[in-house]
Design a protein. Structure first.
Length: 480
RNA sequence: GGCCUUAUCGUCUAACGGUUAGGACAUCGGCUUUUCAAGCCGGUAAUCUGGGUUCAAUUCCCAGUAGGGUCACCA
């Protein structure tokens, strides 16, 4: 940081072909964190040069995803900036300008072949079991480029390239990795291979962070930098994220879901940030729960991992829980309210849910599993479940009747958890085990093996409903 | 297949060439408790294989093996 001679500029450059999954967000996260850590600039650039694959609404969706997790940008298609525009489809002039420079230098030429012809070259090479190289088929006298034909880069130095990667160290590739490639497509749009170089140049990008799938094509990029006689940026190769099976790189095809799905599943954005931060990076110390500020402060390219890591949902759940525990009362309440069905947004219930959520974390699961239904719906109690351990059912009935007696003698206005607790505990303490009375009550009231304690339950349900449910349990036990 | 690249508990990872190979998740056991997935305490569990270099290798080198990536007018 100290020997930074120029301001750090990073970018995230997705193509608007659909939603972003965690792989993309992770790339954005690191680029963003590095810029923030160094008081640099973080740019959002949209690489929309493939009109056929473009999906409408993607750009908004991408921005929404980034915003949700807390990634903001200094320059971008929505807010502009000194190097606007930030959509490649609006920057065609730049690409043409540099393409012409290459043409003038004799380092780019019009591709005269049809796709079928190229395909035939490829097929032939395949049959002969040798690698296909376009540069073996350079046309003798290519037509003058008029902007409507594909323009191909002409590799001048067929040599092996070497470069330094801030994560991988010294990398190299043989000359066979180099080939003439398309700079400008027949439709007038540039290819990624060309466009990103020009944009990074014009936008002053200093650090390029991307996945390891780009290592193989780096020699191509380097040959363009050489041809244009421009300075290359620092390369930062990020490790792949593997799917849960650990076999393949995570992709949309196999289970990678829309990043915003995690929002719908009840994950907190700061938990997602924390989780993503640790897929491919780890800090100096052993602390694993980090808030965004802590992450930025600790982030260090030197600590980015080389090899890929698996996506571990269990760990994500744990991290989410830890972040929920750290939520302020106000935030926790807001979080709970977001998920709670309206009928449960009641003064007495919300704090109970809040307490349980801060312990167990999974509010979506809690709501969807019907675990909270008993608050407004009479539970279905099974006889075996009402009984505490191996206690005789006669004793349980006896205990429930004792409880019933207590409940009936409490005034409606005094039917509060502390009162109830004092009275019930008095009885409970006289038994072999408190569970012999407390468990059946709790179960009679909630129908669940896990629930808030019986005092809270009866308080919330109220005198009438409590008595009704206890009676119901007694009658279930009395049958047979 | 060519080229590139990676390899530590089940999983994610830590370890100036010298550590009883550390931590976290998961799992298992115990404690606590009116239930619980919470809390506390503890246990099981790893350096891919084979060569080299070195007094000493998880660490450096080579090979093998296994994974991943890439070979588009996609990004």
């Amino acid at each position: 940081m100290e020997n930074q001679t120029q301001k750090v500029v990073t970018r995230f450059a997705p193509s608007p072909t659909g939603f972003l999954h965690i792989g993309g967000i992770r790339t954005a996260l690191y680029a963003w964190a590095y810029a923030r850590k160094n008081n640099g600039t973080f740019i959002l650039r949209i690489e929309d040069t493939d009109k056929a694959r473009e999906v409408e609404g993607s750009i908004e969706h991408i921005m929404k995803s980034l915003k949700w997790i807390g990634i903001d940008w200094n320059e971008g298609p929505d807010i502009g900036g000194p190097n606007a525009p930030y959509k490649q489809s609006e920057r065609l002039e730049s690409y043409i300008k540099y393409a012409k420079i290459l043409v003038e230098k004799g380092l780019a030429y019009t591709d005269p072949y049809t796709e079928e012809e190229v395909e035939n070259f490829r097929k032939k090479a395949d049959e002969e079991k040798r690698p296909f190289l376009y540069r073996d088929h350079r046309p003798e006298n290519p037509p003058v480029w008029n902007g409507t034909q594909p323009l191909r880069f002409k590799v001048k130095d067929i040599k092996s390239y070497e470069w330094d990667d801030l994560v991988r160290g010294h990398l190299k590739a043989g000359a066979e990795a180099l080939d003439d490639f398309i700079l400008i497509k027949g439709d007038g749009y540039p290819t990624y291979n060309f466009a990103h170089i020009i944009d990074d140049l014009e936008m002053g990008v200093t650090h390029v962070m991307r996945g390891d799938e780009f290592i193989s094509s780096t020699p191509k990029f380097l040959s363009v930098y050489d041809a244009l006689e421009i300075k290359r940026p620092q390369y930062v190769t990020l490790p792949p994220i593997m799917g849960p099976d650990g076999k393949k790189k995570l992709g949309k095809r196999d289970g990678a879901k829309d990043f915003l799905e995690y929002k719908n599943e009840g994950y907190l954005p700061e938990a997602m940030l924390n989780f993503l931060a640790f897929i491919g990076w780890s800090p100096e110390g052993e602390e694993e729960i980090l808030n965004p500020e802590e992450f930025i402060a600790l982030f260090d390219i030197k600590k980015i991992h080389i090899s890929g890591g698996k996506f571990n949902e269990e760990k994500l759940d744990w991290i989410n829980k830890e972040h929920i525990k750290k939520l302020s009362i106000v935030s926790l309440q807001k979080y709970v309210f977001e998920w709670l069905p309206n009928e449960l947004k009641i003064e007495k219930i919300v704090p109970i849910i809040m307490e349980r959520i801060s312990k167990f974390g999974d509010i979506k699961g809690m709501v969807e599993s019907g675990e909270l239904d008993f608050f407004y719906k009479e539970p279905i109690c099974q006889k075996e479940k009402i009984i505490y351990k191996n206690t005789d059912s006669k004793i349980i009935i006896e205990n429930l009747n004792k409880a019933l007696n207590i409940f009936e003698n409490i005034d409606e206005k005094d039917f509060l958890k502390d009162n109830i607790k004092n009275l019930l505990m008095e009885v409970a303490d006289k038994l072999d085990s408190r569970g012999e009375i407390l468990h059946p009550i709790r179960f009679a009231l909630s129908g669940l093996e896990k629930s808030p304690d019986p005092f809270i339950l009866s308080d919330i349900l109220g005198k009438k409903e409590t008595i009704l449910r206890i009676n119901k349990a007694i009658s279930i036990l009395s049958l047979s």
